[in-house]
Design a protein around this ligand. Structure first.
Ligand code: ACM
Ligand code: ZN
Length: 542
C-alpha cells in the first residue's frame, strides 16, 4: 500500500458464508471444490488444521500493493459486517491467523498464488485483478469450510484467455439494474471479465442519450410483443412493452462491474438492427419511414442509410455519449445481419458508392464501419463487431467477434486482427440445453448441451501458433427473444456459464467433465442460497 508499508485491516466475518455452506459429505469427498478449476491446486487434508481464519483475522498488506487492493478488502469486509453478525460458534479460536497480501509481476496478468501454512494465509498476486480472483477463490473455499479451519493447501492460478465474456440482450426483453447486477455477480463468481451489454435493437433502444431524447421516448417502447413461435403464426400479446437505462443507471452498472473487475462492453448496433432508432428518427433511413419498434423477431430491411452524412453525425453523438459513460477499451458496433436491399435502391447510398469508388453494397458496409472506427479511434477506443464486418474489407484495427461459426475468427486472426470466439455452437446459450426440447421452456432453436460447452476449444485448429495469439478468448451469448424474465435468463445461462468460464480460465489438461459435474453439485448450493434459477439436468448425469 502506497505510503503505508504494512497496513492492518480487519476483514472476514467467516459466518457470512454459513448461509452457503456445503454439506460436509460433498465438500469432504472433493476436499475443496472451486469453479473454474485452478491451474494448480494442492489440497492436503492429512495435514490437519494448519490455518484458522475468522472475523478477527487481520489483513496484512506489504510492498507495492496498490491502494485499490486495500479498498477492495475493506469494501468486502464492510459488506460482510452489514449482512451478518459473527456467530460465536465460528469464533471458537481467539487468535486467528492473518491473511498476508503482496504483489509480484511473476504471477502474471490476473494471476495469483495462495498458500496456507506457517500460521498465515499468503496471497501473492500479479496485479489487482489477480488479487481479486484470489479473493473469489478464497470465498469459495470458506463457503465449504465455514469454521475457518483449513488444512495445508497451495494454489497457483492464472487465466488461459484474457477475454472471458458473457453477453446479454436487454432489447428483446428488458432487465432492471438490480437484475443486471445479479447477472454480474455470476460473472464475477466464475472470474468472467467482459460483460457485453447489447443495448440497441429493432425491438427497443435502451440507452438514454440526453441530446437525442426521442431515442428513448419513442424507440424504447414497442406496442406489443410476439407470443410463441413461429413468427408466421402472428400472435401478439397487445401489451405495450419497454424500458431504458438512464445515465445514472449506466454509471451504476459500470461502477458495480468495475468493482468486480469486469469491463462493460456496450453494443450500439449499426447499420442494421436499427428499427427502434429509425422509429425515433426516420430521416436516418434510406426511405424516410414512418417506422415503429419491431414487435417480432428477425432481420428487417430498413437500416441506417449509408449515404446521408446526418446518419454519421447522429451516430457520433450517440458514440460520444457511450464513450463518456463506458470507460472500457472496446465499443461493440454490431455490424451483423444488415440487408443491403434499401442501400441498393437509395440515391444517397448510390451516390456514396460512386463518390468513394465502392464496388458494391458490401464495400459500402465496410466504408460505414471504417468511418465509425476512425471516430472511435480518435476517442481512444477500439472497435469490435460481429463477423460480418469482415465483408467488403475489415477496418484497420477492428476486433472480430466470430458468431457464424469459426470462419470469421480464423479469417481475422490470419489477417493479423484480434478475435473473440462466440460461435452459435456451442456459445449461444439461447439454444436448448436438453432434449427432448418439448420438455424445455420455449427457446429460439437448436441444441447446445452443457458437455458441448465444456468440451469447447476456443482456438480453431486451423490456426498456427502465431495466429492463435490473436484469439483473445470466447464469449457466451444470451439473446432474449424467448426469455421474458430474469429467471429465464439465468435458467438458460446456468450452468453453461461456469462451463464456459472453466474453458476460458483453466488449462485444458485440468478439464475433466465428471469432476466438473461434481463441483457443480457443490456450486448448486450457492445458487440455491442466492435464489438463482438454473437448469438441473446435470444432476441426472452425475
Ligand atoms: C447475432 O447473433 N446476430 C450476432
Ligand atoms: Zn441510403
Amino acid at each position: 500500500m502506497k505510503g503505508v508499508p504494512l497496513a492492518v485491516l480487519f476483514f472476514l466475518c467467516v459466518p457470512i458464508f454459513v448461509g452457503a455452506q456445503v454439506k460436509p459429505s460433498a465438500a469432504g469427498r472433493l476436499g475443496v471444490s472451486i469453479i473454474p478449476q485452478p491451474e494448480q491446486l494442492k489440497w492436503n487434508p492429512k495435514s490437519g488444521t494448519v490455518l484458522r481464519l475468522n472475523g478477527n483475522s487481520r489483513i496484512l498488506t506489504e510492498g507495492r500493493c496498490p491502494d485499490s487492493l486495500a479498498t477492495l478488502w475493506q469494501q468486502y469486509a464492510r459488506s460482510i459486517w452489514k449482512q451478518k453478525k459473527c456467530s460465536t460458534k465460528a469464533n471458537l479460536f481467539k487468535s486467528p491467523d492473518p491473511i498476508h497480501l503482496s504483489t509480484s509481476a511473476q504471477m502474471g496478468a490476473e494471476g495469483y498464488s495462495m498458500e496456507a501454512g506457517n500460521g498465515r494465509l499468503s496471497i501473492v498476486a500479479g496485479d489487482p485483478d489477480g488479487m481479486y480472483y484470489a479473493f473469489v477463490t478464497l470465498q469459495q473455499i470458506l463457503e465449504q469450510h465455514p469454521d475457518g479451519q483449513l488444512p495445508a493447501f497451495q494454489i497457483i492460478d492464472r487465466p488461459r484467455f484474457s477475454w472471458r465474456g458473457m453477453h446479454l440482450d436487454v432489447c428483446r426483453h428488458f432487465f432492471t439494474v438490480d437484475e443486471i447486477k445479479r447477472y454480474l455477480d455470476l460473472l464475477a463468481r466464475y472470474k468472467m471479465n467482459r460483460f457485453h451489454w447489447h443495448l440497441t435493437e429493432d425491438q427497443g433502444w435502451r440507452l438514454e442519450v440526453p441530446a437525442l431524447p426521442r431515442l428513448t421516448e419513442v424507440g424504447a417502447w414497442r406496442k406489443e410483443t410476439l407470443v410463441g413461435r413461429p413468427v408466421s403464426l402472428m400472435r401478439y400479446d397487445g401489451i405495450r412493452y419497454g424500458g431504458y437505462y438512464s445515465r445514472k443507471d449506466i454509471q451504476e452498472v459500470v461502477r458495480y462491474a468495475a468493482e468486480r473487475h469486469i469491463v462493460v462492453v456496450p453494443e450500439i448496433e449499426m447499420p442494421g438492427h436499427a428499427l427502434a432508432a429509425l422509429s425515433a428518427h426516420p430521416e436516418l433511413s434510406c426511405m424516410g419511414g414512418p417506422f415503429e419498434p419491431a414487435t417480432h423477431w428477425g432481420v428487417f430491411d430498413d437500416v441506417f442509410c449509408a449515404g446521408k452524412d446526418t446518419v454519421f453525425r447522429f451516430l457520433e453523438t450517440v458514440l460520444t455519449e457511450v464513450v463518456s459513460l463506458f470507460p472500457g477499451e472496446w465499443v461493440h458496433i454490431g455490424g451483423d445481419e444488415c440487408p443491403k436491399k434499401r442501400w441498393e435502391a437509395c440515391p444517397d447510398c448510390r451516390n456514396r458508392m460512386q463518390e468513394e469508388g465502392l464496388a458494391d453494397a458490401h464495400e459500402l458496409q465496410s466504408y460505414f464501419i471504417r468511418r465509425i472506427e476512425q471516430f472511435l479511434g480518435a476517442k481512444g477506443r477500439k472497435l469490435i463487431g460481429w463477423d460480418e464486418i469482415l465483408e467488403g474489407g475489415l477496418a484497420p484495427d477492428a476486433t472480430v467477434m466470430s458468431w457464424r461459426g469459426t470462419e470469421g475468427g480464423i479469417a481475422a486472426a490470419r489477417a493479423g486482427h484480434d478475435a473473440v470466439m462466440s460461435p452459435g455452437q456451442p456459445c449461444y446459450f439461447d439454444h436448448y440445453q436438453a432434449q427432448p426440447d418439448s420438455l424445455e421452456p420455449l427457446a429460439i432453436c437448436c441444441f447446445n448441451s452443457l458437455s458441448a460447452v465444456y468440451d469447447y476449444e476456443p482456438i480453431p485448429h486451423e490456426l498456427n501458433l502465431t495466429e492463435a495469439l490473436h484469439i483473445l478468448g470466447a464469449q457466451g451469448n444470451v439473446w432474449t427473444e424467448y426469455m421474458p424474465d430474469f429467471d429465464q435468463v439465468t435458467y438458460m445461462a446456468m450452468p453453461r456459464m461456469p462451463a464456459l468460464a472453466e474453458v476460458l480460465w483453466s488449462p485444458p489438461q485440468t478439464r475433466h467433465y465428471p469432476g466438473f459435474l461434481q463441483r457443480l453439485k457443490v456450486e448448486s448450493l450457492w445458487l440455491d442460497r442466492r435464489g438463482y434459477r438454473y437448469a438441473r439436468h446435470f444432476f441426472d448425469q452425475l
